[in-house]
Design a protein around this ligand. Structure first.
Ligand code: FDA
Length: 584
């Protein structure tokens, strides 16, 4: 007999675990979350918070979204991505990033009601954790997961109470391993991690120093420093990373993984900071320093029976592209509603299989993308003549050569421009962040062809209502003239059916089938004199079905079915679709 019982036990209170807890509690599912430490993240690792993640926060509640913006550095402060010899030294190039280029900005504005921002993990975690606990999650800190055993009815997990030193057991219907890049849950469950761990070495130096005079005129979250040794290990180049504008910073500097990890003491941290800032007299107030390794690994399967892994437990990669915490929170958005539906008896266990089917390809995609981004610094080093040596004078002469008036120097400048522009794939890859299309039994395409990407799928988000894709955002208006995103009408733990004039039978069928199947299917008829009006026509252009057709979304705002016009028997159609999705 276990000491404690709960429906879902979550290991880890990082972005993955805390968001799963917050979502489950919002859906009314009993859950418990544990962390082996007494509190949440103590270093600001993740910052870049993309639009899709902000949509998850918005789904949790406008107050959650607003609080995130309140603590975040706004998008306007993120974008002057600078390449330089040091902060005080010569600037070598720059590119507008994170949706701040006017053309990208337009794409961001058209794609989502939310804004990308820079929110340190030390703010994101408390926000998600607080939301979870306030809504019913039972937290247990200083509690370490040791092992688990699953059987046909549930999972028994053994934990260590680190305060008393005593072991105890928790019995749950499901276990979620959100226990980070060294996941013991994944290991104990035998979930295979493909790829390689420890492909590069890196150190983090977190410190306070007012660097306004070097950066405030070119606001950015990232300042890339090109010095001899900058391309060794690490994330491809030396980095001075804004934590709080402009007085708190994180330096990321690589080391050779074939050598032992350096001991980063105050002297070494100060020396590295002085070197990258370019001020030999800089005084820093060191907060912490640590080393970590660059990984290139992902889980091929993210679940087995009643055990699931998510976040860094399933995808282990460098911070390039800022995808780690974002993808962790998006894993949670995918899994939480499925667990809720099964725990509440609305769906069969089969629905849970779609989690790994849908998210494992994303894990592979983002790990590959992040590691590729490291390699793509290479052409910048090549263009500057920094590759293949560490002789400072030679490198300096090669870099200086670009300032000559020769044809060769002109070629060098062009190569540098192209190499920097190509880094769009790391610093402005909107498609990587937003284009996920799921293919699983929790989506019914009825054989409709997947639309091709008209533009580069990594760089540009392409809205579509093709089943499996995220619902396109369009502003709709109520009778009072207030605007609501289509995404606001979807989500919140329920299915949603969108139709237009002539589609009322779909809405009627949704109410009936929802009742019959024990799930909520909200229905919205959009059109003149209806509850929501498409005044600007954006929804009509995005929906890819006729007025009397329908688009159906899941609680995670992904389209799960659509129909071009009114069917002869809407109820029969919806019954068929929901029987499949809910694995009845
Ligand atoms: P995470 O590691 O955060 O949390 C794991 C949790 O499990 C912790 O609470 C831990 O205590 C707990 N735990 C582990 N083992 C346990 C056990 N046995 N028992 C109990 N509890 C246990 N991402 C991003 O999206 N944008 C960005 O800009 C960046 N930037 C960035 C910079 C740097 C320098 C780094 C190193 C990383 C980033 N990241 C990032 C990545 C991001 O930090 C990372 O992907 C997330 O923290 C992953 O969240 P998880 O919740 O999966 O794991």
């Amino acid at each position: 007999m276990a000491d404690i019982t709960t429906d879902v036990l979550i290991i880890g209170t990082g972005p993955a675990g805390s968001s799963t807890a917050a979502l489950l509690s919002s859906y009314g599912v009993e859950n418990m979350v544990i962390n082996r430490y007494r509190w949440l993240a103590n270093t600001p690792r993740a910052h870049i918070t993309n639009q899709r993640t902000m949509e998850v926060l918005r789904d949790l509640g406008r107050e959650v979204e607003e609080e995130a913006y309140m603590h975040a550095a706004a998008q306007e402060l993120m974008g002057e991505n600078v390449f330089c010899e040091s902060l005080a030294g010569e600037e070598i190039g720059r590119m507008k990033s994170w949706g701040t280029h006017p053309l990208s900005k337009a794409e961001h504005l058209l794609s989502s009601p939310t804004f990308m921002n820079d929110l340190p993990q030390t703010f994101m975690e408390p926000l998600l954790f607080k939301t979870a606990c306030a809504r019913g999650t039972q937290p247990r800190m200083s509690t370490e997961y040791l092992r688990h055993e699953q059987d046909a009815e549930g999972v028994t997990t053994t934990c260590l109470d680190r305060l008393s030193g005593k072991e105890f057991t928790i019995r749950s219907k499901y276990l979620v391993g959100a226990d980070g890049g060294n996941s013991l849950v994944a290991e104990n469950e035998g979930l295979k991690i493909a790829g390689q761990m420890g492909v590069g070495g890196s150190m983090n130096i977190l410190f306070r120093a007012d660097l306004s005079k070097y950066v405030a005129h070119r606001p950015s979250v990232l300042y890339w420093v090109m010095q001899p040794g900058a391309n060794v290990g690490g994330i491809g180049m030396g980095l001075v990373r804004m934590v709080r504008p402009w007085h708190e910073w994180l330096i990321v500097w690589g080391y050779d993984i074939n050598e032992p990890a350096p001991v980063v003491d105050t002297q070494m941290a100060t020396d590295v900071a002085r070197q990258l800032v370019g001020d030999p007299d800089l005084q820093i107030d060191l907060i912490s320093a640590n080393t970590w390794t660059v990984n290139n690994a992902y889980a091929e399967k993210m679940s087995q029976g009643r055990v699931f892994i998510m976040g860094d437990a399933a995808h282990r990669h460098p911070p390039s592209n800022g995808l780690g915490s974002n993808t962790s929170i998006q894993d949670a958005f995918n899994l939480a509603w499925k667990l809720a539906a099964v725990v509440k008896g609305q769906a069969g266990q089969g629905l849970l299989d779609s989690y790994t089917t849908e998210r494992a390809p994303v894990a592979k995609q983002i790990v590959t993308r992040a590691n590729q981004s490291i390699a793509e610094f290479g052409p910048i080093f090549d263009a500057l003549g920094m590759t293949g040596g560490t002789n400072y004078d030679v490198i300096k002469a090669n870099m200086d050569a670009r300032c000559n008036t020769t044809a060769q120097a002109e070629e060098q400048r062009e190569a540098l421009r192209q190499a920097i522009a190509f880094k769009k794939y790391e610093f402005d890859a909107h498609g990587v962040e937003m284009n996920q299309r799921y293919k699983s039994d929790a989506v019914v395409t009825d054989g409709q062809m997947e639309p091709d990407f008209a533009l580069d799928a990594d760089l540009h988000y392409q809205p579509t209502t093709w089943p499996g894709a995220r619902l396109p955002h369009a502003w709709l208006f109520d009778a009072g003239g207030n605007k609501h995103s289509t995404l606001d009408l979807a989500g919140h733990g329920v299915f949603t059916l969108f139709t237009g004039l002539g589609g009322k039978p779909w809405a009627d069928a949704a109410a009936k089938i929802g009742k019959e199947m024990g799930v909520t299917i909200e229905a919205h008829v959009i059109g003149p004199r209806q509850e929501y009006i498409d005044h600007v026509g954006d929804w009509a252009r995005a929906r890819e079905v006729g007025d009397a057709g329908c688009v159906v979304t899941r609680p995670d705002q992904h389209v799960c079915w659509r129909h071009e016009g009114l069917a002869e028997e809407p109820e029969t159609e919806l019954r068929r679709v929901f029987t499949q999705i809910l694995a009845k």
